[in-house]
Design a protein around this ligand. Structure first.
Ligand code: F6P
Length: 323
């Protein structure tokens, strides 16, 4: 292997830049040539590919977003799109890839490897922490701390006005951000896609709190909860408890930005280096993750199809601590 390329794809996540930096520097350290592909698979198809050197990644370890930019490419999901991408990589003599992203990114990478045989190692870059094969994903710790900071602030005003706040956090199919920010923010209720929390349970918990003279409450709702998003859940609860002063806050994309925490920078650096070393060792269609503080390589097919469950212990904590 002589020349590799790195790209970021899907939803951006704080720490992606630290990961790009690690890939570029580890490649140079190992005497590889390294290229950056702009806008993920979109840039691969259109040939937005440029040489990188050690200086290209100076002063980015602390920056949110991704200097290579990101995209969710519909064209790459078609055989024609992938063929164009392969042709571009051939034009640039790229013989290995590092893909930084989540499930969608790795689904594309797996197909691409099967069709064209360019070895690809992934780094887990998503705030959702929903990837099998790694305890944490790059950006998750920063997103949780951003959500927590917002929850703490909302609690101040909730308490001043005796209000119930329904706060929506990100996580289409995953309740990791909700459960972690909810427990650390002292939420009364946390609603996640992985477990059923009925509207009746929410009403019961809020009424119990009132009997115990609680004057305000925080309900964290993961955007993908089976009862709906925070606006929908709040409407259902408000229809039955009309005496409550209910407010809804959607944290949204604020969770995707900001300077990455130390944890995210280290995970990004570690998996970035592991990806390059993995390519050199002959890994082909796998994600580099960290499990129990050890780097492990998990086939893309497993990261895509296997579900990473939320610990029941964390779910239990919410019930115990919110009495
Ligand atoms: O996958 C990361 C994520 O932030 C999810 O939590 C969220 O559902 C989704 O991306 C939002 O995507 P977009 O920015 O494309 O609307």
């Amino acid at each position: 292997m002589k020349r590799i390329a790195v790209f970021t794809s899907g939803g951006d996540a704080p720490g992606m830049n630290a990961c790009i930096r690690a890939v570029v520097r580890c490649a140079i350290y190992n005497k590889l040539e390294v290229y950056g592909i702009k806008r993920g698979y979109e840039g691969m198809i259109s040939g937005q590919i440029q040489a990188m050197n050690s200086h290209s990644v100076s002063n980015i370890v602390q920056k949110g977003g991704t200097i290579l930019k990101s995209a969710r490419s519909k064209e790459f999901m078609t055989p024609e799109g992938r063929k164009k991408a392969f042709q571009q990589l051939k034009n640039f003599d790229i013989d290995g890839l590092v893909a930084i992203g989540g499930n969608g990114t790795f689904t594309g990478a797996k197909l691409f490897y099967e069709e064209f045989g360019i070895p690809t190692v992934g780094c887990p870059g998503t705030i959702d922490n929903d990837l099998y094969g790694t305890d944490y994903t790059i950006g998750y710790d920063t997103a949780v701390n951003t959500a927590l900071d917002a929850i703490d602030k909302i609690r101040d005003t909730a308490d001043s006005h005796n209000r119930v706040f329904f706060i929506e956090v990100m996580g289409r199919d995953s309740g990791y951000i909700a459960i972690q920010s909810g427990i650390s923010g002292g939420a009364e209720i946390v609603m996640v896609p992985e477990t059923d929390t009925s509207i009746e349970t929410v009403i019961h918990t809020l009424e119990k709190g009132k009997l115990q003279h609680k004057t305000s409450a925080i309900v964290i709702v993961a955007e993908g909860d089976e009862e709906g998003n925070a606006t929908e859940v709040a409407a259902k609860v408000g229809a039955k408890l009309s005496d409550l002063d209910i407010k809804v806050t959607i944290l949204g994309h604020i969770q995707r930005g900001g300077s990455p925490t130390s944890r995210d920078r280290i995970l990004a650096s570690r998996t970035g280096v592991a990806a390059v070393e993995g390519l050199l060792k002959g890994h082909k269609s796998v994600m580099a993750g960290v499990v129990n503080d050890e780097v492990v390589f998990t086939p893309f097919v497993d990261t895509i199809t296997k579900h990473k469950p939320i610990s029941n212990d964390l779910i239990r904590l919410v019930h115990i601590l919110s009495i």
